[in-house]
Design a protein around this ligand. Sequence first.
Ligand SMILES: [Zn+2]
Length: 171
Amino acid sequence: MSKTVTDELINANLRYAQDFTDPGMNARPVRKVAIVACMDARLDLHAALGLDLGDCHTIRNAGGVVTDDIIRSLTISQRALGTSSVVLIHHTNCGLQELTEDFRQQLEHEVGQKPSWAVESFTDLDQDVRQSMARVRTSPFLLHTDDVRGFVFDVTTGLLREIDPSATPGR
Ligand SMILES: [Zn+2]
């Protein structure tokens, strides 16, 4: 029987647990920050941002776009678990830049029904970060919307570039 990647992960976990000691933390992030980012495999948030275990919430999806489910997680993060800052991270060379909403049509054609969700594809990275910031800032469910900042992570240099929320779309 050949091993699957999941088997490899299980073995890695056994090694991890051998040296693991109970950090004695509760569920409230130490640095009171929630980070919303793309699921991209090249984006190691803890390494890139100097984060340690227990520091933050990381909420990830395809694109790092602010969907209703991201708002759900942010609402719980702020109201039940005490975070007050939000950091949004998109990145260069994102897979979503190569998709369009045609993807929904293709799905419908193939499986006979449209998904209930939008693909949330985008062509203008900066503008999509701005839209994500606006969705967080205008959410009625969040307690804290004054410290919301958005960035593009460059997958070739490892550097973050901050996006000005007020800049003109398309620039
Ligand atoms: Zn991505």
